[in-house]
Design a binder for this molecule. Structure first.
Ligand SMILES: NC(=O)c1ccc[n+]([C@@H]2O[C@H](COP(=O)([O-])OP(=O)(O)OC[C@H]3O[C@@H](n4cnc5c(N)ncnc54)[C@H](O)[C@@H]3O)[C@@H](O)[C@H]2O)c1
Length: 346
């Protein structure tokens, strides 16, 4: 593929999600990263140019401040958008919604992240569930990390005809590691004040047919989320049938405590040993040996790397909006291959 044939992607906001999206775009043979925009002037912005990406200021003022700080600035967000076919907005919650009009005016395809409301784009995306409904749309929202994991796993059970009703308890990481000096909790657990927590209804914004209720609690660690699920199946099924249903997803990895993968930190260490950038675990890591079937009831637990799980979905969302892969599996295979996603993990 020549440079001219590639989809030109801009990333607005180079934080936890933006830096991973930018790196993933660079790994796609059919995409090019035209630049990254942000507002900061410290080490975080310096990493943009060090990684070889053109740096843009969100406004002329931000670009000016970056220059004053000695950064090599290419221009402003407006100029960056002028070079792009699609923009992935990875700015903090509620800022992205304000950028929507700017993207619309330019006729750009745009992707928001899970901090924004469904109504900001009118479409919420998880590749294995509803890729086709995002085809050629102006915009979509890649749902949050927790919601992505819920839709991936429940879609696999639904595809196998096993899913009737799902009830989940989510243990949520308190903050992201890089900013744990500023916020987070210690020596306590903080229940979300409402049942259901928002993730269940959010999953229904992707697939309204899911009968799902979630409860959530914030826990004092930063590595990843841990989910416990209790499923009412449509009928009695064997453990093998259930595992085979999960195996139909290319983004659910079955892991075993028997392999020493007994906690979140061990799985993250495995990703580090595999040489994944940022130790990213893109897959839902679901414990196969812990999974239990009791007649028509199913119980299981899995780990969600909140910083990484939405990255492959974001790449697929770019292809869906730009129509450069017409079928979900075509994009998913391309993304998985480029990012080294595989369900064995070892
Ligand atoms: N952190 C996670 O685990 C996680 C997981 C899934 C989805 N999300 C969602 O992804 C989005 C981004 O979250 P994050 O955790 O990466 O945030 P972040 O705070 O780590 O990064 C945001 C980046 O945007 C920059 N920024 C702030 N204002 C800006 C502006 N006006 N213009 C351009 N850049 C600006 C910040 O300097 C920062 O670099 C949110 O919608 C969030 O809900 C986050």
């Amino acid at each position: 593929m020549t440079e001219a044939q590639k989809t030109r992607v801009a990333v607005n906001g180079y934080g936890v999600i933006g830096k991973r999206v930018a790196a993933a775009v660079v790994q796609q043979p059919d995409m090019s990263l035209v630049g990254v925009s942000d507002v900061v002037t410290d080490w975080r912005a310096r990493m943009v140019t060090r990684n070889g990406f053109p740096l843009f200021g969100a406004t002329a003022e931000h670009a000016g401040a970056m220059r004053t700080a000695g950064l090599d600035v290419t221009g402003t967000l407006d100029e960056l958008l002028g070079q792009a076919d699609a923009v992935v907005d990875c700015t903090p919650k509620r800022i992205a919604a304000k950028n929507v009009e700017v993207y619309r005016r330019r006729g750009l395809k745009f992707i928001l992240q899970g901090g924004e409301k469904h109504s900001a784009t009118g479409h919420s995306f998880v590749a294995e569930s509803n890729y086709s409904s995002a085809l050629d749309r102006e915009a979509t929202r890649v749902v949050s990390c927790n919601t992505t994991s819920i839709v991936r796993t429940l879609t696999a059970l639904k595809r196998a005809g096993l899913l009737q009703r799902a009830r989940g308890t989510l243990l949520r990481r308190a903050t992201d590691p890089w900013e744990s000096h500023e916020s987070g909790i210690m020596n306590t657990l903080v229940p979300e004040p409402e049942i259901p927590s928002h993730q269940g209804p959010d999953a229904q914004s992707v697939d309204p047919d899911l009968d799902v209720v979630t409860m959530a609690v914030k826990v004092p660690e930063t590595l990843a989320h841990l989910h416990y699920w209790s499923i009412q199946m449509t009928r009695a099924a064997s453990k093998d049938e259930v595992l085979n249903a999960f195996r139909t997803s290319s983004r659910i990895a079955l892991i075993n405590t028997g392999d020493g993968l007994v906690a979140l930190n061990t799985v993250k260490e495995l990703m580090a040993d595999r040489g994944r950038p940022h130790d990213n675990l893109y897959e839902v890591a679901l414990w196969a040996d812990m999974l239990r079937v009791q007649g028509d009831e199913l119980f299981y637990a899995y780990m969600v790397d909140n910083q990484a799980i939405v990255i492959p979905e974001t790449i697929d969302a770019i292809r869906a909006l730009t129509g450069t892969a017409r079928a979900a599996h075509e994009s998913i295979v391309r993304t998985n291959t480029a990012l080294g996603i595989d369900t064995s993990l070892m």
